[in-house]
Write a protein that binds this ligand. Sequence first.
Ligand code: IPM
Ligand code: MG
Length: 357
Amino acid sequence: MSKSVLLLPGDGIGPEIVAEAEKVLHKVNEKFGLGLKFDSALVGGAAIDDSGVPLPEETLSKARDADAILLGAVGGPKWDALEMALRPEKGLLGLRSNLALFANLRPAILYPQLASASSLKPEVVSGLDIMIVRELTGGIYFGQPRGVRELENGERQGYNTYVYTESEIRRIGRVAFEAAQQRNKKLCSVDKANVLEVTVLWREIMEDLAKEYPDVELSHMYVDNAAMQLVRAPKQFDVIVTGNMFGDILSDEAAMLTGSIGMLPSASLNADKQGMYEPCHGSAPDIAGQGIANPLATILSAAMMLRYSLQAEEAAQAIEAAVSKVLDQGLRTADIMSEGHTRVSTLEMGEAVLAAL
Ligand code: IPM
Ligand code: MG
């Protein structure tokens, strides 16, 4: 049976990087006889410009029907002044919540070829391989009530609510324990249990789950310490599990350990393993349209998509090997450029991956 892939280029550099990933997907589709069918739709600012809303009904319905979704990025200064409910980011958040994509996997792997691109010393980051499991449809991002209200004294007050139910904690916990079982069997749960009750419960549920995974060594860390440890001694981590907002922050930090956020893919999965795949970086409006963005995070996201949602492990590995090969060839986009290498454009990087395939 043929499987369907929905492409959502989005805004900023999104269309440029998704175009390269699309070529790579067409290539492996042919080479490995995957029988993938492709469609595309608008999301974020591009959708706002077209129809006034960041997540049109048509996009949502195509997304529901797809086996997997590849998203570029959303957002940009053009739409920053819009009210919260109409901002491009709501398109992304709406897809996550409507498809119940609660499990966000963000691997931070250092390619040996890029050790010198990291701002940390090579010995601190060489061999780095961390998996951040971020809860993606709950926590303070979605908690109610939220808003800006006027107090009796006339002053305005902004407020959000940080909530997690036991079942939400348990299901993301299971994903993380299972990921750890497939890796080095170490799981660090990150919370703020010295201050926030919601994360006291989080810690309790993780402890409880640990009994079902005796082969995994569970530890806990406060988020402030985790932020510090990630730059002090990042190789102490194998799998990290944390809530939506802490995961947002720590995954950007972990990304930079690897030299460039332009290299990091991600997967957002629901209970049926339907998934949305996107680079960890944003829409980078400052460099959009210049042809200098790094398409590798998106190309690697396509590889994750083949692995987790399309059962095409061989094709996934072929893409990952091709990326490694172009790095070996010394090709670098601006964000990972260092002396002695060849600077290439977004398009040239995409073509090089195709050639390596
Ligand atoms: C991410 C992004 C999003 C988030 C934004 C664009 C809403 O930063 O995927 O990490 O905060 O989750
Ligand atoms: Mg983020």
